[in-house]
Design a protein around this ligand. Structure first.
Ligand SMILES: Cc1cn([C@H]2C[C@H](O)[C@@H](COP(=O)(O)OP(=O)(O)OP(=O)(O)O)O2)c(=O)[nH]c1=O
Length: 191
């Protein structure tokens, strides 16, 4: 399927994941303020951001094509970890994740003939990480643009003892849920 949809995202992972299901979207990233609202719960936050990204893209483009957007956060003890602001922030995130189980929430929003949404929630358990290891991992550059300061698809996989849920969801676009929403819009992957 060539360009049947617009992907409102700058994430190379989301583009690669769509390629896995044979979709080559048009890419149109949008820039939003990602500050949580006062007392906003993680689930409400991630759904709001995905919906706002597709809505902003629709407002800018006025396109006939369906628009897909997503948002991914790491949740530990009810607190939201987005992308690290700097080295100290990234190191603190990885130190908190060490030896514990966290959740990765990815919300998706598809605006076509209607607005459809879905959320994928995955449990990820990290082994214990040493301080030198965390510092060396930060230096690789991999954590800088990833929620929770790690990439399951990269070197970060060596921290992951177990995962229950969606691997593609942790990477930023849950493909099972994405295929379901695309089918609702009449875009079937096979038949
Ligand atoms: C936990 C985890 C996150 N990530 C990435 C997915 C997302 O790109 C990023 C979370 O940031 P997001 O704000 O969800 O997305 P983004 O800023 O990268 O892209 P856009 O808003 O334009 O769509 O973290 C991984 O690649 N691997 C992982 O293991």
């Amino acid at each position: 399927m060539s360009s049947p949809i617009i992907l409102a995202s700058a994430s190379p992972r989301r583009k690669e994941l769509l390629a896995q299901i044979n979709i080559t979207p048009l890419i149109h990233p949008v820039d939003l303020d990602e500050t949580p609202l006062p007392n906003e719960k993680p689930l409400a936050y991630v759904q709001r951001l995905a919906a706002d990204k597709s809505a902003l893209c629709a407002t800018i483009l006025h396109s006939e094509l369906p628009i897909l957007a997503a948002d991914t956060v790491v949740i530990l003890d009810d607190s939201i970890m987005g992308k690290p602001k700097n080295e100290a922030d990234g190191i603190e995130m990885l130190t908190r994740l060490s030896g514990r189980t966290h959740q990765v929430y990815t919300a998706i929003s598809l605006r076509g003939s209607q607005h459809w949404q879905a959320v994928s929630i995955t449990d990820v358990t990290f082994r214990r990480l040493s301080e030198p290891e965390i510092r060396a991992y930060w230096q690789t550059g991999e954590p800088a643009d990833k929620a929770g300061a790690y990439a399951i698809q990269g070197l970060g996989c060596s921290f992951v003892k177990s995962i229950t849920g969606s691997h593609s969801g942790v990477m930023g676009l849950p493909l099972f849920e994405t295929a379901e929403l695309l089918a609702k819009q009449g875009l079937h992957l096979l038949v």
